[in-house]
Each structure stands twice: as C-alpha cells, then as structure tokens.
Ligand binder design. Structure first.
Ligand code: PMP
Length: 405
C-alpha cells in the first residue's frame, strides 16, 4: 500500500484520543465519518471572522458569507457534475432531502399509481414514501433481495409498468455495503417514464457520482458521511423536476413576492431553502468535498478495497462467524454475527476495548427481518483506518467472544 495513511491520520485530531483507556479504533464510519482539521478550521474561521445572515445583507460580512456559501454550492455542483448550480439544494441531510421530494410528489401522484422501493433501504428511504402513498393512494412495490444481499433485477423488471411513477433506491446499502446497479435501475425506470431518486448517503464517502452520466433525476446525501459536519446535506434534482415540485416549507428566503392575497415563490434553488440556512455547514460541506478530492477518490477506493478484503479474510477465520452481504460489488461495510451472541453484547465489550462499531438493525429492519436476525455488528471503514487497527479489532473481538461464550 503506497497510500500515506499515517500522514492522512494526522489530519484527524479525534483519532489521537483514547476511549476507556485504549487508543480509539473508530469503525463506525457508515454512521458518521470523522472531521479533518482542514474542515474544522473552516468552521472556526466562519464563526471567528464572517458569521452573518446571507443573501439579503448589503454589509461586508453578509456579502462574504453569501459568496462563501454560493461558492460551496458550485463546488458541490462540480463534484457531482450537475449541469447548473441551482440544481443543488442545501438541506439538513439525506433524510430531509428525501422528504422534500416525497412531499413534492404528493401533488403529482394519484390513486392507482405505483412507486418502487428496494428491499435494501434505510428507513429514511422507506418511511417518507409510505407517507406519500397514504396521502395519495399510490401503492408501494418492493424489489426483493437475494441471500447475498443483492437486488433481484429480474423481479424489478416484472414490477415496472406504465403506472410506475417513481423508483427510489440506495446507491450503496448502509447495512450490508452492497453497491447497487443504479445505472441499470435508472435506465429501466426511464423506459417506462418513471423518475428515480438515488440515496447516495453511503456512496459519497467512497466514490464520486456523476449525476449527468447516471441520468438520475434526484440524488441525495449528507455531509457528515464525507468528513463534513452534521446538519447539512444536499438534494440534487434535474431542473425540470425541481421546477415541477412544489416547495416543502414556506417562509423567508423562498419567496418572490408576498401579499395577503397571494405569494409567488423564488427561483431555484431558493424555492426549497426557506429560512436562514445552515450557512457555516454549507461552507464546511464544500471544504469537506475539497478535502476528499485532494486525497482522490480512486486512491480512496483502492485503499478501502484492500482494507475490506483484509478485514473480511481475517474475520472469516473466526469460528461461528456469519457475514451478511457477500456481494462481490461492495464497499467498506462488514455486517456480521458470531454464533448466538447478541450483537449488542459484542458491541458493548468492544467499546470497553476502545473499538467503536455499530450494533442493531442499522435503520434497516426489513433487511434484518429477511435474514431473521435481531441485528448485526457492523464494522465500517474509511480511508483513515489501517490494517493495524483491523488487527487490534480482531484481537478485541476474539477476547469479547471468549468472555461471552
Ligand atoms: N440513507 C442511508 C443509506 C444512510 O446510511 C443514512 C444514514 N445512516 C441515511 C439515509 C440517513 O442519513 P441522515 O441521517 O444523515 O439524514
């Protein structure tokens, strides 16, 4: 590995800390990633030097903050290769972005229409659509999954028809790490005239999506999964769709004219950005994208694949282990159980040894129901993890197993 992980780790102050007297081994990256000093500095600089409300101010601070915020929007546009900056809507995160679209489609769907979800979704990409179906009378169909944790595309073909209006699927599953064939899913949906929303929350830390090449209608993600702060994310939408959808929230910033008789809405992107936005978060989101691009997504993918292969082969040496999600197309997530040990017990003991993993359903109860398990232990990697950390994780895991058997 000629990836200079030791230099990269120095960018992340949190990686120096101890937990329960042991060096932190942070393997809960699919829940949230850590923040490099370069992004922390941008946040401190904002509040130290140019904190102001944006867009309406004539004074210097407001202008500086507005420029930095809009500059971040353009960075994000360029990163995802959107055609226009106003196709990038700042939201509080993936969940908010999905709700904006689901709410908007309530005015476009009617009884008899169908929408399609996949069996591999996070609750964020299930519940808003169920609420949409309740409001409109549309019905929800599900693309099933296989034991390997892949979507069964032949079943998807059978679900698609001229009443299908929308398909929503994640790019990468947070519970299993499977990379879904979204290009094919999008092409097939478009062949029957349906729009597609891709939940990119787990993909954006590991690859660089190209929304024009994918021809996706909506693509959503959260900055906190890609070395940015919490409370900020994005909704990419093709301009024709964003123009068609009604606003999600009413308030300041999103209007053109307001009288008590009638209000007209502002142009994109402001139509979907009511109220004072998370200015600092937007700017820091841009800085996080810069940081990730400085490392480079090809280098990130190569290194993380090595980590994934190494961790998988080491884990498979443990007696009684069962790994869920064995697709060849997967990223840095390993979901597993050991015999009948409850994942929560393993997670608690691992924490005592400084290892942070996630346990439970991972906001994906249908996947756990499919495997008929209460949950899993999930270890998820980022480019700042190391083989040495994986070795220490395995040692801690073996100790935990011994204590629980
Ligand atoms: N979708 C997926 C696939 C996720 O992994 C997550 C975060 N765990 C979300 C949606 C929700 O993201 P957020 O909580 O940042 O809105």
């Amino acid at each position: 590995m000629d990836f200079n992980v030791e230099a990269i780790r120095k960018d992340f102050p949190i990686l120096k800390r101890e937990v329960n007297g042991k060096p932190l081994i942070y393997l809960d990256n699919a829940a949230t990633s850590q923040t490099p000093q370069q992004v922390i500095d941008v946040i401190v600089d904002y509040y130290s030097n140019y904190n102001a409300n944006i867009h309406r101010g004539v004074h210097a601070l407001s202008q500086e903050a507005t420029d930095a915020y809009e500059n971040a929007r353009r960075k994000i546009q360029k990163h995802f290769n959107a055609q226009h900056p106003y196709e990038i809507i700042f939201t509080s995160g993936t969940t908010h972005s999905i709700n904006v679209v689901a709410n908007g489609f309530a005015s476009l769907l009617k009884e008899g229409d169908e929408v399609i979800v996949s069996a591999l979704e996070h609750h964020s990409n299930i519940v808003p659509w169920q609420m949409l179906c309740e409001k409109t009378g549309a019905s929800l169909k599900v693309i099933p999954m296989s034991l390997e944790g892949e979507l069964v595309l032949s079943e998807y073909d059978a679900l698609l028809n001229e009443t299908t209006k929308l398909v929503f699927v994640n790019h990468i599953s947070n519970a299993l790490g499977t990379i879904n064939p979204i290009k094919t899913i999008i092409e097939k949906a478009h062949s029957v005239g349906a729009a597609v929303l891709v939940d990119g929350a787990q993909a954006c830390p590991h690859l660089k999506p190209n929304v024009q090449e994918l021809d996706v209608d909506f693509y959503v993600c959260s900055a906190h999964k890609i070395c940015g702060p919490t409370g900020i994310g994005m909704l990419y939408g093709k301009q024709e769709w964003l123009k068609k959808l009604p606003p999600y929230q009413g308030g300041g910033e999103m209007i053109s004219e307001v009288t008590f008789e009638k209000t007209t809405y502002a142009d994109l992107p402001h139509k979907f950005e009511a109220g004072t936005p998370n200015v600092c978060g937007g700017i820091a989101f841009g800085a996080a994208i810069d940081y990730m691009n400085t490392i480079g997504f090809d280098a990130i993918a190569n290194y993380e694949n090595e980590l994934l292969e190494y961790a998988t082969s080491e884990l498979l040496k443990i007696e009684g282990i069962k790994i869920y999600g064995t697709s060849k197309n997967k990223t840095s997530v390993i979901s597993f159980n050991i015999g009948n040990i409850h994942p929560y017990d393993l997670g608690t003991l691992l924490d005592k040894m400084g290892v942070a993993v996630r346990t439970g359903q991972h906001c994906a109860q249908p996947i756990m129901d499919f495997y008929q398990i209460p949950g899993t232990v999930r270890a998820s990697f980022m480019f700042y993890n190391t083989k040495e950390e994986i070795d220490l994780f395995i040692v801690a895991l073996k100790k935990s197993i011994m204590m629980l058997s």
